[in-house]
Write a protein that binds this ligand. Structure first.
Ligand code: SAH
Ligand code: SF4
Length: 351
């Protein structure tokens, strides 16, 4: 339930609305223990509330830490046995959680291991918010600082599960919940028109758009969602909303696949596409996964591509690969088989 609804729920039961805030605080405090309790409430109130509201949302956690760069990954078994993943990326004083919005994904991008799983089910708002509360608590319990940033770049397409994602966002930003500034949150999406427009108009989070190719034929070959919202219509939508996008970060993500979308022509089309949108470009060299059919371009090719964009005055960064030794890098999250890791060493050598 979104914060306002939970307040309402308490009111309908004859309890004051501030109980919603107390419930949230207790969930935050005991997020890692799984224990349902609120010490300041009477046993009677606890029983009544917990009879109707779920407290716990997971049954098992498996944890990996990349020895090379300290990236951490948790595979979470949900109450119905489905599994999803969360990745925590430490970077100096930042602690960024890569959040999942679905188990699997229906979008079927051809380079993405989560897409290969297909959609198993949507996560609930509670399961999305729960990821943040859980990892924040795990970090604090070991004396580390808590989470500082969130990116919806884990499993799933956030705008294909709009209500749950928006519910979790409400809790993240509301003062009844975490009270974070929206500029600490980035939603990454392949682009679904109506929910994208609503997100732009109704929130102030940062946006990362998974473009991957500005040429429609190239994009259609790797991002099936191009058939739903073609790149030119996506660009028109963003231009249309350019005022609402002011003062927040707009990024285009481009997974570079050797021989597919990494040519000079691709770069030129991308420059044309991005110009006038006040956006930056994040290049993500393809991360290999078992069964993936693409290869990562050599480093000089990636840098050449970057230079072409920079020469056109577009800020363009190459995303550093994090967590590749534990299959936690972008696009490699898959819970059908990886709870038992494949030969990770062999895989990281190939990249
Ligand atoms: N569904 C959303 C968010 C999750 S994917 C989206 O697609 O934007 C997060 C990012 O990882 C996306 O930009 C996605 O294109 C990228 N990605 C997917 N597979 C990848 C791979 N094998 N190597 C590198 N990046 C990948
Ligand atoms: Fe889904 Fe994003 Fe993977 Fe595409 S890249 S299949 S939208 S998770």
């Amino acid at each position: 339930m979104p914060p306002a609804e939970l307040r309402q729920w308490f009111a309908e039961h004859g309890w004051p609305g501030y109980r919603a805030r107390q419930l949230f605080e207790a969930q935050r405090k005991y997020a890692a223990s799984g224990e349902a309790r609120i010490t300041t409430w009477s046993a009677e109130l606890c029983n009544q509330v917990f009879e109707e509201l779920d407290w716990s949302w997971w049954q098992e956690l498996q944890h990996w830490r990349d020895p090379e760069d300290a990236t951490e990954k948790w595979v979470v078994t949900l109450r119905d046995g489905q599994r999803m993943q969360m990745v925590m990326i430490p970077d100096r004083d930042r602690r960024t959680l890569c959040v999942s919005s679905q188990v699997g994904c229906a979008m079927g991008c051809t380079f993405c291991s989560t897409g290969e799983m297909r959609l198993q089910r949507n996560l609930t708002g509670g399961e999305i918010l729960g990821q943040i509360l859980l990892v924040d608590r795990l970090l604090r319990d070991r004396g580390d600082r808590g989470l500082t940033n969130l990116v919806f770049m884990g499993m799933g397409e956030p705008l294909h599960n709009e209500y749950a994602v928006r519910t979790a966002l409400d809790w993240i930003i509301s003062t009844d919940g975490l009270g974070w500034s929206p500029d600490r949150v980035t939603i990454s999406t392949v682009g679904i028109a109506a929910p994208l427009r609503r997100l732009i108009r109704e929130s102030r989070v940062n946006l990362a758009i998974s473009l991957h190719a500005a040429r429609p034929d190239v994009r259609a070959g790797i991002v099936p969602a191009e058939r739903g919202l073609p790149a030119d219509e996506l660009r028109a939508l963003l231009l249309d909303e350019i005022r609402a996008l002011r003062n927040r970060k707009l990024t285009f993500e481009v997974v570079l696949l050797a021989g597919i979308n990494d040519s000079e022509d691709d770069a030129r089309e991308l420059i044309r596409y991005v110009s006038g949108l006040n956006a930056m470009v994040n290049l993500i060299p393809f991360n290999p996964w078992p069964g993936g059919r693409y290869s990562r371009p050599a480093r000089p090719a990636v840098e050449r591509f970057q230079r072409l964009l920079q020469d056109a005055s577009i800020s363009c960064f190459i995303r550093r690969t994090r967590g590749r030794n534990i299959l936690a890098a972008c696009g490699t999250l898959n819970t059908t088989e990886h709870a038992v890791p494949v030969d990770l060493v062999e895989l990281s050598e190939r990249s």
